[in-house]
Design a protein around this ligand. Structure first.
Ligand code: ADE
Ligand code: ZN
Length: 330
């Protein structure tokens, strides 16, 4: 039995495995510019975030119907459950779909179909987080939040993703203020490729409660101190960092030093279909390559539930935390 954990940094579109991409392409009459799944996998050699995003957005062309989004999310939930994920807070990128003519309603209803049955079918509780694409104008983010209003009963929070450098958090001040007024929780990608200042700005201007990645905080000791004192969780994604060349090798990843510094670190998969592994694979990788022992792994699992938005269901959080403490490593 795998260590129970929460996944807090997971783009549902990043769980599109090549086999499902081809199946959906066939179902929807979409042609992909790859001969087969092997040829597609060959394209998974990334130089940086942008080279990944180009393929990530290209493959989304196969996602067209409610059923497609339901199948995508259901396949993820099955995989996640098999790797010990008990709770998943799932990002989605509505602008990447509405821009292709797929309505917000189709996306949310499709994902909602899978998430609605997730506890029963997979034993995984879920939350949905709507991400704004930071390489599109702030007005587009505001329009997107407006379009999401009929579905806010299914959406826990908002996030900010896509190409980071040159797109600082402060551009999105107004949409985050509006989201907060609507009672939505707030997270943002910051310090993945962007500088530590973007992390500070996400905290100060957007009021984020959790930072996605946040890796580059290690370059600013005063910021590390602030994150430790305020107990701001970081949703790290080690295999993603290697594949997008944010770190040269996993053995160079600062996770152990970050834990030692007292940061509230969590380990997540980001875009598992593209980066070589789901949540449990990331845990296995940091165990094997960074030498993290049982105490550290248990801390990471505990942190994942502490950092989750289960505040609205403290009973569930308490139950999950008890599972972590009772877990016996094989
Ligand atoms: N969208 C999907 N994955 C992402 C990542 N790692 N960084 C920024 N935006 C993303
Ligand atoms: Zn991400």
């Amino acid at each position: 039995m795998p260590l129970p954990k929460a996944e807090l940094h997971l783009h549902i579109e990043g769980t599109l495995e090549p086999e499902l991409a081809f199946a959906l392409a066939a179902r929807n009459g979409v042609s992909l510019p790859y001969a087969d799944t092997d040829a597609l996998r060959e394209a998974y050699r990334f130089q940086d975030l942008q080279s990944f995003l180009n393929l990530y957005y290209e493959l989304m062309a196969v996602l067209r119907t409610e059923r497609d989004f339901a199948d995508l999310a259901d396949a993820y939930l099955a995989r996640a459950a098999a790797q010990g994920v008990r709770h998943a807070e799932i990002f989605f990128d509505p602008q990447a779909h509405t821009a292709r003519g797929v309505p917000m309603e189709t996306v949310v209803r499709g994902l909602g179909r899978a998430l609605g049955g997730s506890v029963q079918n997979h034993g995984v509780s879920t939350r949905l987080i709507l991400c704004f694409l930071r390489d599109r104008p702030a007005e587009s983010a505001l329009r997107t939040l407006e379009e999401a209003k009929p579905f806010l009963d299914r959406i826990t929070g908002v996030g900010l993703d896509s190409a980071e450098v040159g797109h600082p958090p402060a551009v999105f001040r107004e949409v985050y203020e509006t989201a907060a007024a609507l009672g939505l929780r707030r997270v943002a990608h910051a310090g993945e490729e962007g500088p530590p200042e973007y992390i500070t700005e996400a905290l100060d201007v957007l009021g984020v409660e959790r930072v996605d990645h946040g890796l580059r905080c290690v370059e600013d000791p005063a910021l590390v101190d602030r994150l430790v004192r305020a107990r701001i969780p970081l949703t790290l994604c080690p295999l993603s960092n290697v594949r997008l060349r944010t770190v040269d090798r996993l053995a160079d990843h600062p996770l152990p030093a970050m834990l030692d510094a007292g940061l509230l670190c969590t380990v997540n998969s980001d875009d598992p279909a593209y980066f070589g592994g789901y949540a449990g694979d990331n845990f296995d990788a940091v165990r094997d390559e960074l030498g993290l022992g049982e105490d550290h792994l248990r801390t990471l699992a505990r942190n994942s539930f502490l950092a989750s938005f289960l505040d609205d269901d403290e009973e569930l959080r308490t139950r999950y935390l008890a599972e972590v403490e009772a877990y016996e490593f094989p």
